[in-house]
Every structure is written in C-alpha cells, then in structure tokens.
Design a protein around this ligand. Structure first.
Ligand code: ADP
Ligand code: ZN
Length: 434
C-alpha cells in the first residue's frame, strides 16, 4: 500500500534515470542563483550536461557556512514575487540559515510529508495532533501541510502545555501525535500526575518522533509508556524540514526519498564517498526544488545506508537511525564520545527516567564528565545504600561503553532543566574546551 506507487517502487534504473533528469532541471534553476551560477561557470558545466548521476561528485560540497556567507539571497534562483514562504534557523550564533520556497516547492514538500505519513500506516481516517512549534521551525507547518494533503483531521496543537495536549487528545479522539522524543517523557509524567494512562484514557495508537537524536532504547521506552508504535521521522530545514526520511511499518531504518534527494555517505575526514553499510556523514542534493536548490549539502549527521531491500516493497534505500552529528562528539580523558552512546546505556536501566544531562567540567584541573540522571522520587526516601549501588552500576556501565569513567549523580524526576524545544544533552563548562 503506497501513497504514490509509481514513485515509491521505481526500479534502480528507473530511479537513476529520474534522478539524472531531475538533477539537470535542478542545475537549470541553480544556474540562476549567484552562488551556483558562478560555480557552474567555474566548473564549465551547463544544465543538461549530466548523463551519469555520479557526475554529482564533480561538484564541491555546500556547507552551512556557505549558506551563512551568502545570506540571505545568494542561493535564490527566482524573483521574490514567485516565493511564497521561508523557514529559517534561529541564528543565535551568526547569520541564520534561510530556505525560500515557491509554490512548487511547498507542494512537493507537502507531498513528501503525506507519503511519509502514509508509509508509517497513517491514513485519512486518523486524527493527527501535531505537538510541535509552528512558525519558522519546520516541524509545525511541514507536518501541517502533509497531514492535510493526506486528508487526516489535523489538530495544530503547537508545543507545550501538557494538560491541554491531553485534553485535546481526549476531546477529539486523537489517534496519532507527532512530538520530539524528549518531550514525550514529560507528557507521560503529566498523564501519571493526573491519574491517567494513555492506553486507557486516549485512542492514541501511533506516535511520530523525530527532529532530535534519540536511541532505539528511547523509542522502546516511549512505545511502552504510551502503548503505541513510534515511528522515526528525519529531516532538516536545509532539505525542507521533515519528510526527508521516514520509517515504514517495519521500523527497520528510514526510507530516504531518493526521487527528491540524491544521497551520499562520505567519510567526514577524507570526504570520500563510502559504500552502503558504512557509517559516515550524510550529504544530500535536492532533486525537486526550484527556489533554492542545494547541491552536495553536508548535513553533519552521521548515519549509514542499510544494505538490502525492505519488506514493504519500497525501493528507496533506508538510512539508519542518526547516531549523532559530527559536531556533537566530545572528547574526554582521550575518549571520543557521542551523547547517544550514554543515552543508550541509561535507558537500558528501568529505574532511570528519560531525562539526563551530561556536564563537562574541570574539577581540580581534571576534565570530568558529570552525568546527572533522573530517577523516581521514591528512590530518595528509601535505603541510601540502594541509591549508592545504582550509582555504581550506572558508572560502570557507562565506563564499559565509552571507556572513560563518569561521575554519576542521581537526581529526582523533574529536577533537571527542561527545554521548550529540542533537548540539550551536553553542557561544556570545561576551562580549556576539548
Ligand atoms: P527541523 O527544523 O526540521 O528540526 P533543523 O534544521 O532545526 O530542522 O534540525 C535538523 C537536525 O535535527 C538534523 O540535521 C538532525 O541533526 C536532527 N534530527 C532531525 N530529525 C532527526 C531524527 N529523526 N533523528 C536524529 N536527529 C534528527
Ligand atoms: Zn519499508
């Protein structure tokens, strides 16, 4: 069952032909922007010259810094009167990154979103509550347009206010909700505080989770707490936002929509392409965007292509869960560590809540990793000895995984800072940086 069978089940050759065709069209638009116009001239490539899709590798990478340096209009291919929307990052550090869309771009994004939702088993009969910020953040409107295109009843709930979210679910019989994974632990606490359970007191059957890194353990925990299936949704504003890659009902990697994006995995150090199966940085080229195409954009996200075919019959390849970003990694006591390694360990321990924070601090001139972990309040009332044992257990599990010994602090549920948007998992307060 497909949203668009003719696109989702293309044979390898058909898909490649479509990619070549769409890349040539992309170049036609790109040539109209000052950034790519100059580049194409320098490379001596004209739109229409591409006959083998691997020629994409003749292009240099585009980076976030390029977007910032050419802010706001350097990548724009069309006159402003043809644009209908922009999305931009917050830009707290330097120029924001902004992506412009014309009507074609918005329509094709909405279609990719609808395709994604359909692929996760969501249908027009569903009631879909979008628990996520509307505005410049792409998760709000990105999902909104997709839900409408699919034909499900949308509840544009916005972020936060958990009690209101629960009331909306109950009043309108929400069957599907989308939220960032770090928020869902909190939402569940509010259910509990009011003596409610999602299983008994709502009709929820599916969650869509994404926009921030999370582990398989986190997903399992969310599925258990809510008694639902939780599907992973991946996207980034530079590639529209959500609707780039999505899990199908088999929950075995995320189909990345290869008719809309050309996908490469490269070694982040040598920048050489890696074969399927190997982890590296995801690099993407838009194949169906007009107002602001991007060629070989370095996402900084680390993943791999999962070799082999998916049982669902979709031929678009699958990427694995994002293990982190190239700029997420920190080094402590000589060990390279990704926050998700720590999350993976913590969430294997049933006593541990879903919220945790990694503080990198200099204590007595030594850089230390202090991991604060929330556990249920009851733990602080009972036997101190038990708390001590749990602390030791977590310490040695983390040390075995990342090879550096952490300082583990157990804290009461709800005491760690909570973000409005995406979770902040690491605070670096070391004296000398890394
Ligand atoms: P959006 O506004 O769509 O969240 P941003 O550009 O702010 O887009 O953030 C995109 C980044 O969020 C990605 O590059 C990636 O690092 C992270 N991200 C998004 N979805 C996921 C996901 N499902 N799993 C892990 N990380 C994700
Ligand atoms: Zn599949």
């Amino acid at each position: 069952m497909y949203w668009e069978k003719n696109y989702e089940t293309l044979s390898k050759n058909e898909l490649t032909d479509l990619q070549i065709d769409r890349f040539n069209t992309t170049l036609k638009y790109a040539a109209q922007s000052s950034f790519y116009g100059n580049l194409l001239q320098k490379l001596g490539i004209s739109p229409g010259d591409i006959s083998d899709i691997r020629q994409i590798q003749d292009f240099p990478f585009t980076t976030k810094q390029d977007l910032r340096n050419n802010f706001p209009y350097g990548f724009l291919t069309l006159p402003k009167k043809e644009l209908i929307r922009l999305h931009s990052s917050s830009g707290t550090t330097g120029n924001p990154t902004v992506i412009f869309h014309n009507r074609h771009d918005i329509d094709s994004w909405a279609n990719l979103m609808a395709r994604s939702l359909y692929c996760a088993g969501i249908r027009e009969t569903d009631v879909f509550q979008n628990i996520c910020g509307y505005g410049l953040f792409t998760g709000g409107l990105g999902f909104q347009y997709g839900i409408e295109k699919l034909g499900a009843l949308s509840i544009p709930a916005g972020a936060g206010n958990s009690l209101r979210q629960i009331k909306l679910m109950q009043d309108y019989g929400t069957t599907v909700a989308h939220a960032i994974p770090s928020y869902l632990g909190r939402l569940h606490e509010v259910f509990e505080m009011h003596g409610l359970t999602p299983q008994k007191d709502t009709l929820l059957r599916t969650l869509v989770i994404g926009a921030e890194p999370h582990t398989e353990e986190q997903r399992k925990r969310i599925e258990d707490l809510f008694g639902v299936k939780a599907y992973n949704s991946f996207g980034l504003s530079e590639m529209n936002g959500p609707g780039v890659a999505f899990e199908c009902i088999y929950q075995n990697g995320l189909h990345i929509w290869e008719d809309a994006y050309y996908v490469e995995i490269v070694d982040p150090d040598t920048l050489q392409p890696l074969p399927d199966g190997e982890y590296g940085e995801l690099v993407m080229t838009t194949l169906n965007r007009q107002a602001m195409p991007l060629i070989r954009y370095r996402t900084r996200d680390i993943t791999r292509i999962i070799p082999g075919k998916c049982k669902c019959g979709r031929t678009h390849r699958r990427i694995d869960r994002i293990t982190g970003r190239t700029d997420d990694m920190f080094i402590i006591k000589g060990c390279n560590i990704f926050p998700m390694q720590i999350e993976g360990i913590l969430l294997k321990i049933p006593e541990v809540g879903s919220n945790y924070l990694i503080n990198l601090e200099t204590i007595n001139d030594v850089d230390e990793m202090v991991v604060s972990v929330e556990v249920k309040k009851e733990w602080f009332k009972g036997d101190i000895h038990k708390l001590d044992l749990l602390t030791k257990q977590i310490t040695s599990m983390i040390r075995d995984e990342v090879l550096a010994k952490p300082i583990v602090k157990l804290v009461e549920m709800g005491s760690l800072p909570q973000q409005e948007g995406k979770a902040v998992r690491v605070l670096d307060n070391r004296k000398n940086g890394i």
